[in-house]
Design a protein around this ligand. Sequence first.
Ligand code: PNS
Length: 160
Amino acid sequence: MRIGIYPGSFDPVTLGHCDLIHRAANLVDHLIIAVLHNNSKQPVFSLTERVDFLSEISRGCSSIEVTAFNGLLVECARQRGAKFIIRGVRAFSDFEYEFQMALTNRKLAPELETVFLMPKEENSVISSRIVREVGMMGGDISGLVPEVLKDRIAARLRNA
Ligand code: PNS
């Protein structure tokens, strides 16, 4: 059984994340979406909100599971039997950070392989930071986040 783990802050989930989730789910037998709990970045959305949003968009897909994690990603991956860490790269600007993280994770857990996936072009400019910025200023976040979550995310950001 090929188990992959897709970690992130997901603050909030975007169409870029959804793109990656679909691609990753086609590569592995079981995909664990792992939401970072103790985030030093002080997320706008609570852990429960972030997990609930991801659970909602992956509902009906039995090979996808959403969980929260604290501490080192590699420990979570080991505990869950994951062999692949899935990360997205949107542009060259992502690369340095991702490269550093992948090599650190490899040092900590050589048995884990990081797999980088690219979203389709129109999703490659989307980030949670952009969604938060647009939403907090009352802008339209259509096409940036899953349609089914759009109104809830927008309302939440307007009041953040
Ligand atoms: O969505 P993000 O914020 O880019 O995700 C970053 C994340 C959660 C993948 C990363 O911060 C992480 O893995 N944190 C857990 C702590 C850890 O394992 N650090 C060592 C690897 S650099």
